[in-house]
Design a protein around this ligand. Structure first.
Ligand code: ATR
Length: 279
């Protein structure tokens, strides 16, 4: 029940109207009997600074930050976690006694979901990441901290892939040219798509030909609309293990939830709430 003591969490993005986060978090607050309310705000880029001043003035407990504000918000915060600093993007803010602290829960959320859903042993694995945007940065940072053998970034714009490698600065990460995609894929054990290719409404898109996939591989896509992309359908047909994108969304949210409330979220409950809303 909303009352004078309700703690507020905001989602700042532009646009925000399609986000499943308000539904997912409010259901979890309700289920756990927590007096929190999660609201989405469509914040124009030129109003971001004023919106953050509002968070301070009104004493919001926290925020989620989405496109296009994940990088732009950094100068307006008081502290940035080392991880968010390296990734160069914030998706979660906690108001700790008036101090706004920025985090990035995407990489950790991805890793939790990958391990939970595929049971993969990451030790000595050769990994290909397609794409070099914010999601690729978060995921490559999280994976490079594991005992993996090599992470190769392949992006249409190779300069962006090189910038990613420079900023994450881990010797396990390298870059390959887009024209080497086929040969790189042959030796990869885990293939991760972080590009928007295959996302609704362009659901027939994929960067990978199905004959480039073999049954020993794990193929992972962070897109969750559709729940199963063309890449994952092709990989499934080739006998590979597949990992859908919804788990990353759920787990990044569960980690943020725990930062705001200091109470553990039930990620399977959150997943069910989101799945029910998609049918
Ligand atoms: P996010 O922060 O969610 O990762 P982003 O920064 O917009 O999003 O990154 C989108 C990724 O999808 C980029 O790697 C982009 O490639 P470029 O850097 O070359 O633009 C990739 N991408 C989008 N459309 C693509 C397409 N048609 N073919 C190949 N890559 C594409």
């Amino acid at each position: 029940m909303v009352n004078a003591n309700t703690e507020l969490i905001g989602l700042f993005g532009h646009p925000v109207s399609h986000s499943k986060s308000p539904l997912m978090h409010n259901a979890m607050f309700h289920e756990l009997g927590l007096n929190y309310l999660y609201l989405a705000f469509d914040v124009q880029p030129e109003n971001l600074q004023a919106a953050i001043a509002g968070v301070r003035a009104l004493g919001f407990r926290g925020l989620n930050i989405t496109i296009p504000h994940k990088e732009a918000i950094i100068p307006f915060l008081d502290e940035i976690s080392p991880e968010a600093k390296l990734i160069g993007a914030v998706n979660t803010v906690v108001n700790s006694n008036g101090k706004l602290i920025g985090y990035n829960t995407d990489g950790e959320g991805y890793l939790a979901s990958l391990l939970e859903e595929t049971g993969v042993q990451l030790q000595d694995k050769k990994i290909i990441i397609l794409g070099a945007g914010g999601a690729a940065r978060a995921i490559s940072y999280a994976l490079a901290k594991q005992q993996v053998k090599k992470i190769t970034i392949i992006n249409r714009d190779e300069t962006r892939a090189e910038e990613l490698v420079l900023s994450i600065n881990n010797s396990k990460i390298d870059v390959a040219n887009f024209t080497q995609l086929e040969s790189c894929l042959h030796e990869a054990e885990l293939i991760i798509n972080t590009t928007s290719v295959g996302m609704s409404p362009n659901i027939t898109g994929t960067l990978v030909k199905n004959e480039w996939i073999n049954p020993q591989q794990i193929v992972s896509d962070i897109i969750y609309n559709p729940l199963r992309t063309k890449l994952l359908n092709d990989a499934d047909a080739q006998g590979a293990t597949i990992h859908e994108g919804l788990g990353m969304f759920i787990n990044q949210g569960a980690i943020a939830f725990e930062k705001w409330t200091e109470i553990k979220a039930d990620s399977s409950f959150m997943r069910q709430v989101v799945l029910d809303s998609l049918i």
